[in-house]
Design a protein around this ligand. Structure first.
Ligand code: UD2
Ligand code: MN
Length: 583
């Protein structure tokens, strides 16, 4: 009896344990399954989807972990993205090709077209899986006078590192290149891809902006991806870019842009350690990158998930082709180069779409030493700097009045530039019922003001001329920190265009003029501030540095600038702001 009772007790306890353990095990199992299945999807507010998805995404083996061919045991110059140094006797040839292309194309010619690069993604990225029915994609590469081997390496990387069934085509659009090899040899190269690569050519120079719009017209894929002609895409770059578009066709996606050295072709991760940056701008419309605000990071579950960004650098992005065309492609009034990244970004956000940067998609880009091409006839036709004209079109279309003032404060000469007709753009904005710029600043670009606060108006601007010597304060084209100089007044603005704002900041371009014992200096403006130490007295013509209670002065013999005890009788302390007009 006793034994039986003990047994009964044991059986009861075992059953009780099982009753507790089994449901816990079940819950744990389903939770881990969910975790696994949640990784494949790129989630976001837009997951409610304009495009219906019926089944849950499958786990597709070999997709999240898509391994490009030829990536093992390769040997040769530049393999795995290592730096390649020419033997010293060939340096001269390398340098002269740098003069021609802004990058060492002679060195590039010695590196395999299909070289391997190092995988710069976050580890987490290797475990994502993506839907198998992603939209077919045209990769569009516009080019003008690029190095053939650099262009072809871009093409090879796309073909080798994109899943075959997703890649509709690589579309090359030649923007009226003059180089012989691009005219002749390129045709043969293209043929060797049996139709997967197509080449179309402009009859005249269109500039990169119009040429990209043309590419979008000609493309056959459902999604278009733009790349510059000197890129190398990294492992499994394409599916992560397509997934958010597949979920919501009004999303533009942007890969993280790694650097490729313009001399050695070394492939370098732009940043590592899981930190994320996104595109913003300062009020002169220079593109900047800023750490992603916590508010945006917190919205996501995984650090490798896409995050929203106010804008993008311009060159590399993916979009639903029809959506790009519905938005009017790029404003066709924009000329050659610059500002189109903002135009498209403001248009997308303000008219109901969104921009996401995708950490699991990495693409290398060669940042050139200098711009090797000129703007051709398109540049000559327009008076004034063409890029500022582009910015003016963009801000006049998309900014509210108050924000336009910030741009004109930072870029006073822009007021006088002829931006052409923007009625078509304003009509589009009306037709698509786009939101205000204030909405965009409040909801999307809310981190801009932290770095670039609203600009106080300029009290004085123009050339800052020494009364004694008739020379002008000049930033000398040096990078800050550097010494300000005095030069012959040329009337073109640029390095001589000084602005003194109502809060005492003396600025030139995006830089600030500061002073200490060593002299008058060009400095990086402190982020988040717009004030400064300067006060200009129109009567005495003194430029007073309030913190030191001294005046800007010129040394009569050395001509160097410094701070000196203010003296109303000293002509070398007298300055005049002289307004200028664009030439
Ligand atoms: C950046 C962008 C670039 C573009 C530009 C502003 C990145 C990595 N790059 O400058 O894509 O948005 O800002 O407009 O974000 N090209 C033509 N016709 C021309 C001039 C250039 O087809 O008249 C081609 C050129 O061969 C290249 C592409 O356009 O493939 C971009 O030009 P870039 O590389 O000189 O511009 P980049 O990278 O300095
Ligand atoms: Mn480029």
């Amino acid at each position: 009896m006793r034994i039986t009772n003990i047994r009964r007790g044991r059986i009861f306890r075992i059953c009780l344990c099982l009753l507790i353990i089994l449901p816990v095990l079940y819950l744990l199992f389903t939770w881990s399954e969910n975790q696994r299945n949640s990784l494949p999807e790129v989630r976001g507010k837009h997951a409610a989807l304009k495009r219906q998805r019926t089944e849950r995404p499958e786990l597709i083996v070999g997709f999240g972990n898509f391994e490009p061919p030829n990536d093992d045991q390769r040997e040769g110059p530049g393999e795995y993205g290592e730096a390649f140094h020419l033997p010293s006797e060939e340096n001269f040839k390398g340098e002269s090709s740098e003069m021609e292309y802004g990058m060492n194309v002679y060195a590039s010619n010695k590196i395999a077209m299909d070289r391997a690069v190092k995988d710069t993604r976050l580890d987490e990225c290797k475990h994502w899986n993506y839907p198998h029915d992603l939209p077919k994609t045209s990769v569009i590469i516009v080019f003008h006078n690029e190095g053939l081997s650099v262009l072809m390496r871009t093409v090879h990387s796309v073909i080798n590192r994109s899943p075959k069934h997703v890649l509709q085509e690589v579309l090359l659009v030649d923007d009226f290149s003059e180089k012989e090899d691009l005219k002749e040899k390129l045709e043969e190269e293209v043929k060797s891809f049996n139709g997967l690569v197509r080449l179309v050519r402009n009859d005249e120079r269109g500039g990169l902006i119009r040429t990209r719009s043309r590419g979008a017209q000609e493309a056959r894929g459902e999604v278009i991806v733009f790349l510059d002609a000197h890129c190398e895409v990294n492992k499994n770059w394409l599916p992560p870019l397509l997934a958010p578009i597949y979920r919501d066709r009004t999303t533009m996606t942007v890969p993280i842009i790694d650097g490729i050295d313009h001399k050695t072709f070394e492939y370098r991760p732009v940043y590592s350690g899981g930190h994320h940056y996104r595109g913003i701008f300062e009020w002169g419309m220079l593109y900047k990158e800023n750490e992603v605000p916590k508010r945006e990071l917190k919205r996501r579950e995984h650090n490798s998930e896409p995050y929203k960004s106010p804008t993008h650098a311009g060159g590399l992005f993916a979009m639903d082709r029809k959506y790009f065309l519905e938005l009017g492609a790029y404003d066709s009034g924009l000329l050659v180069w610059g500002g189109e990244n903002f135009e498209l970004s403001f248009k997308i956000w303000q008219c109901g779409g969104s921009i996401e940067w995708v950490p699991c998609s990495r693409v290398g880009h060669v940042y050139r030493g200098f711009m090797p091409y000129n703007f051709g006839k398109l540049g000559e036709k327009k008076k004034g700097p063409l890029i500022t004209i582009n910015y003016k079109r963009v801000i006049e279309t998309w900014f509210d009045e108050k924000y336009k003032e910030y741009f004109y404060t930072r870029e006073p000469l822009a007021r006088f530039l002829d931006m052409g007709d923007i009625t078509g753009q304003l009509e589009l904005k009306e037709r698509l019922q786009c939101k205000s710029f204030q909405w965009y600043m409040d909801n999307v670009a809310y981190d801009v003001f932290d770095k670039f606060p609203q600009l106080p108006a300029n009290l004085f601007w123009g050339e800052l001329k020494s009364v004694a010597t008739d020379t002008c304060l000049d930033a000398m084209g040096h990078a800050p920190p550097s010494i300000m100089g005095l030069q012959h007044c040329h009337g073109h603005g640029n390095n001589q265009l000084m602005r003194l704002n109502a809060a005492g900041q003396l600025g030139v371009g995006e830089r600030c003029v500061e002073a200490d014992k060593q002299g008058i200096k060009l400095a990086v403006c402190r982020l988040g501030t717009v004030d400064g130490p300067w006060h200009y007295d129109e009567k005495t013509k003194h430029l007073l540095h309030r913190a030191n209670n001294k005046c800007m002065a010129q040394n009569p013999s050395t001509r160097q600038l410094s701070l000196a005890h203010c003296d109303v009788n000293d002509g070398y302390q007298q300055w005049e702001f002289k307004e200028i007009k664009p030439k």
